[in-house]
Structures are given as C-alpha cells and as structure tokens.
Design a protein around this ligand. Structure first.
Ligand code: IFM
Length: 453
C-alpha cells in the first residue's frame, strides 16, 4: 500500500479574478484583466470577469463545498484592485472585509487558508505607470503586502508572494497573450526581474510584520524540458527551454544568481541595466517553501525561427494524449521535476500549488458529470508525487486546480478545469466524479493514513 504522510496537506485552489465576479462592487478598482477583456480579440467570446462564479457573493456556499470535499486547505488569491482601487493607496475597507469574512468562514470549517498576493490582476492604475516593467512597482507591492499581512496575519499563516512569474512576465509583456498584452522581450526580462525583486522584498517584510508562526513561498509554473531526440543540438535546446521557464525564476530565488547560459542568450535582447547591485541578495532571502504549478512537459528541438528564436529552440509534440488545452499528459515529468528540484535546491519543502486538467465536460441526463479523464489525470499525478516522495522529495501538499470551473484567462469560460462544475447561467455548482473521488481519497488517507491509488 502506497502512503502519503499523515500531515500531507490536501487542498484545492482558485484565484480572485477567475472566480470572484463583483467587478464593480464595494469599491473594487479596474484591473488590467478588466481592460484586456474589453480589448477586442484578446479573450475568447469577449468573456469578462464581471460575474465569473459570483464567488464574492456565494463564498459561504463555496466554503461548504470545500468542506464536503474534505480538503485541509484552500488556496485563494487576493484581488489587489479590490484592496487598492486607486493611486491614493488608501485601503478599501469593503475589500478587506470580504477576505476577512472568507478566511473566518474557512477557519470555522477547519480549513487552512493559503493566500496568494499576486495572481495576475494588477490594478490598471499601476499598469498606467508601466506595471511590472517599472521598478517603482516593488514599493507598491510591498505596501499591498504589508496591508494584507497586518490585516490577515493573525488568521492566515501560509502566504505566496507570486503566482507564476513566467506567465506574468512572458505572456503579459513578452508575447502579449495575457494582460497587459505587450510584445517586447526586453519588457519580459525587466518585468521578470521586478517580480522577483518584489518577492524578495516581501519575504523580508514578512519576517518583520508577518505572523511569527507563518510561512511564505513563491509559486512557479514549471515543466520538465526533454530533448525531442538524442542529438546534442536538441539537448542544448532543451537546456535553454529549461532556463527560460524554470531556472530563470528558481535560480535567483534559491541560488541568488541568474543562470549564466541564459544571461548569455538574453544578452542579445538586453544589457540587464534593470538588475542593480544587491538585488540578487534581496531576491534570495530564505523562502520557506516552493510552490509548483505542474501541468505538462516540453519536448524541445533547435530552431532559429518562430516565436522562440531568441532561445534557438521550439517545442514539438511527442504524440502523447493531450487535455482540452492541448497540453500533453505526462505524469513522469512531474516525478522528474520534483526529484530534480529537490536535488538542485537543497531539499526545499515543496507544495504542488496547482495540478489538474481541462476537459470538455458534459452534464448527463441525471445532472452528473462523469469526468473520468480528469479523475485519471489527477490520480496519475498523485502517483507521480508518491514516487518522488519515495525518492526523498520533501513534498508537503497537493492543491488540485481547480476547485471550481472558472475564467481561464484568454480562453474565457471555454475551458473547464474545475472538479466542481459551474453552470454559469444559474451559478449552480455540481461536484464532478473527480471531486467525489478526491473527497473519498482524502478521507481514506485521513482515516487509514494510507492511500491505494
Ligand atoms: O487557470 C490557470 C491558473 O490561473 C494559473 N495556472 C494555470 C491554470 C490553468 O491554465
């Protein structure tokens, strides 16, 4: 019988913009995603986050659903424009009240809150100053973080500074698929640095004003990069891809240095003037844990053309089955990633802060959703976690993405990641087969302290 440790944390995750709705209520300001959704052609169907899952109003029902799922912990994010709607940086009390009510409801149900400070919904007024490409943002972010630590630090002990800096910097400022939609590689690199700097500054701040019994980490989206074939050129291309996605973000935080091979590659794009003396020392403040969002892998081969010409690489399909996002299903990539991170970053405690899959769900005549593909995806990835843990990886918990179907960024509401189905017309929630399986699996783990997968 394979076993997860008794204190392994079972969780579910969401993010503010993707579920809250109430975009114009109780003093919330405009976010870059509100603006992006209204820019023609950027988001599927012109979908917006105005209503989303209406979680802002239905949070009590949602916490009850989380309780029914048996999760130990719930990972959510805080909407920055709900707290600081304008440049005056006066905290919006109604926004603070919402998160206090949410956290108290979770605690009443015995569910541990894990709060992410930045999950992509930048106040538009900050973007108007240059957003993450302007170094001044670091001070604004610290102010936001300090407010949240002071307001919620007595009840929230687990904090994440950033969710997926690669997505924010590359998709937001590099290729423009995400808000604010800029297409400039120099901006990608300066934004990535300012995000990491704000992480380091916030970790230091947390040690001063955060809960003394609290923990703080960063969440990176990571994927194992495999060479598409056995040629030396493909191995080098895979190494560059790994640097682009993984090491450019993890090395500064956990080793205090940007990887040399990437500094070489990126020297065609920038002179790195945005990196100031002392920055890497700040970025590498000891961080309590690493959060990993894992979905798929990359098969990489050399190329001097196309979107990734600056990496001299491109990704190709390996022919494996894919999810509705067209992402290859590759649980072995998770095991390989976890073992490698454990070895490269000194046995850092790791949480899987997101893992899950989008599939085209259908509701049957009984109102049930038999999402066997999602269930199998989750099961295989938990198995991959177990294998890594048996090799000594310090894996502390797993948060399924996502608790609810929600707004999937540029894909709008077309892609469903939830283990709980949301009918967007009626806002009715229905746990899918995968949710019921997850609930039972957690229960078995808790009662027997062993799980048969
Ligand atoms: O929905 C996103 C989430 O916001 C961040 N990680 C990946 C998920 C699926 O694309």
């Amino acid at each position: 019988m394979r076993t997860f440790p008794k204190d392994f944390v079972w969780g579910a995750a969401t993010a503010a913009f993707q579920i809250e709705g109430a975009a114009k209520e109780d003093g919330r300001g405009e976010s870059i995603w509100d603006r992006f959704c209204r820019t023609p052609g950027k988001v599927a169907n012109g979908d917006t986050g105005d209503v989303a899952c209406n979680h802002y109003h239905l949070y009590q029902e949602d916490v009850q659903l989380l309780k029914d799922l048996n999760v130990d912990s719930y990972r959510f994010s805080i909407s920055w424009p709900r707290i600081f709607p304008t440049e005056t940086m006066t905290p919006n009390q109604q926004g603070l009240n919402f998160y206090k009510k949410l956290v108290n409801t979770l605690l009443e149900q015995g569910i541990t809150p894990m709060a992410t400070l930045y999950h992509w919904d930048l106040p538009q007024w900050l973007q108007d100053k240059g957003g993450w490409t302007n170094r001044e943002i670091v001070q604004y972010f610290k102010q936001f973080a300090e407010t949240m630590f002071r307001e919620l630090g007595d009840t929230v002990k687990y904090w994440i500074t950033h969710n997926e800096p690669w997505v924010v910097s590359y998709l937001g400022y590099g290729n423009g698929v995400h808000a604010p939609g800029h297409q400039d590689l120099q901006s990608f690199l300066s934004a990535s640095h300012h995000i990491l700097l704000s992480h380091g500054e916030t970790v230091s701040l947390f040690r001063e004003v955060g809960p003394t019994d609290g923990k703080i980490g960063i969440t990176l989206n990571m994927a194992t990069a495999y060479p598409a074939d056995e040629t030396a050129a493909s191995m080098i291309a895979a190494q560059s891809w790994d640097g682009f996605l993984n090491r450019w973000f993890a090395d500064p935080v956990f080793k205090g240095a940007y990887p040399n091979d990437m500094l070489d590659l990126y020297s065609d794009i920038t002179n790195f003037s945005f990196i100031h003396d002392g920055d890497l020392k700040i970025i590498s403040q000891p961080t309590d844990f690493l959060g990993i969002n894992y979905y798929s892998i990359a098969y990489v081969k050399p190329s001097t053309e196309g979107e990734f010409h600056f990496l001299k690489a491109e990704t190709v399909s390996s022919g494996k089955p894919v999810t509705a996002m067209d992402w290859e299903i590759h649980p072995q990539g998770l095991t390989d990633l976890l073992i490698r991170l454990h070895n490269d970053y000194n046995g850092i405690p790791i949480y899987i802060t997101e893992n899950g899959a989008a599939f085209d769900d259908t509701v049957d005549e009984n109102g049930e959703i038999h999402d066997d593909l999602r269930l199998s995806y989750i099961e295989q990835h938990l198995e991959a976690c177990l294998v890594a843990m048996e090799s000594g990886v310090n894996l502390r918990g797993y948060y399924v993405w996502s608790f609810l179907d929600n707004f999937e960024w540029a894909f709008g509401y077309d892609k469903r990641f939830g283990v709980v189905y949301v009918d967007y017309e009626t806002q009715k929630r229905t746990p899918k087969k995968s949710a019921l399986w997850y609930r039972d699996m957690i229960n078995t783990n808790k009662t027997k302290n062993s799980v048969s997968l």
